[in-house]
Design a protein around this ligand. Structure first.
Ligand code: URA
Length: 230
């Protein structure tokens, strides 16, 4: 494939813009600056733009350790979005598979594979999500059984699906739910008279947050991790 065509596809630019990019000497092929769009590049070639590797190889998948204070949307008038933390070519083409509230931390998945994210977010698939929850008041003795039976959230017509609560201490628990209603965990605890003080998502399905990621950091998923959620 010609280098300029490769740049059009990976950077989402026109041929004219691709030749401007090449003239700016910001593209390397196997470490060498290349300025001609006519150069043929092989599938094995390592092509970088401004030091970032470009790949044609289909959908992308990332896990981020979402920090508090950033919002899960492409634009927000008041707060930074998770997309400002992404240093990816065409990062704005990624979408979030299962949003978190601005004050919630933990495992956030980003992809441009709509089918894959649908399996995570669609109510039909009931993909599990596990949250570590810190509460304002001691967890009542009957909270686990209430969550197991399902609780009625304000504004809903049906009780929540059975959820598993594992108490860590009086004020801390792990909650595993099979759905993703708006503010679900906060509303579940509100329904039993408690208040969530802090919330952290530890896992989605069998995929756990990589503990080596600091808040705000992210990395690509491995093939095995991607397969866990297929
Ligand atoms: N439930 C909530 O209440 N907030 C989140 O961010 C995720 C689940």
């Amino acid at each position: 494939m010609r280098l300029d065509k490769f740049l059009c596809e990976t950077l989402g630019v026109t041929r004219t813009q691709a030749s401007r990019v090449l003239k700016s000497e910001s593209v390397t092929v196997d470490g060498n600056v290349i300025k001609s769009g006519a150069v043929k590049v092989s599938e094995e070639a390592e092509i970088e733009f401004e030091g970032r590797l470009l790949t044609l190889s289909g959908p992308r998948y990332f896990m981020m350790h979402k920090p508090a204070g950033v919002v899960c949307s492409h634009e927000d008038a008041f707060n930074p979005t998770v997309f400002v933390l992404l240093d990816e070519v065409n990062g704005e083409k990624l979408h979030i598979a299962g949003r978190l509230d601005a004050d919630t931390t933990g495992l956030l998945l980003l992809t441009d594979d709509g089918q894959w994210s649908h399996r995570i977010t669609s109510p039909k698939h009931q993909c599990t999500k596990t949250y570590r929850v810190w509460l304002a008041d001691p967890i009542a003795a009957d909270t686990a059984s209430q969550f197991e039976q399902g609780v009625m959230l304000r504004g809903e017509k049906q009780v929540t699906l059975p959820a598993k609560l594992e108490q860590v201490d009086d004020y801390e628990a792990l909650l595993t739910i099979h759905e993703g209603k708006y503010h679900q965990v906060k509303r579940m605890f509100a329904a039993v008279g408690n208040k969530v003080e802090a919330l952290h998502r530890e896992s989605v399905g069998a995929l756990e947050l990589d503990e080596t990621l600091e808040p705000g950091e992210y990395r690509p998923l491995t093939d095995e991790e991607i397969a866990l959620l297929r």
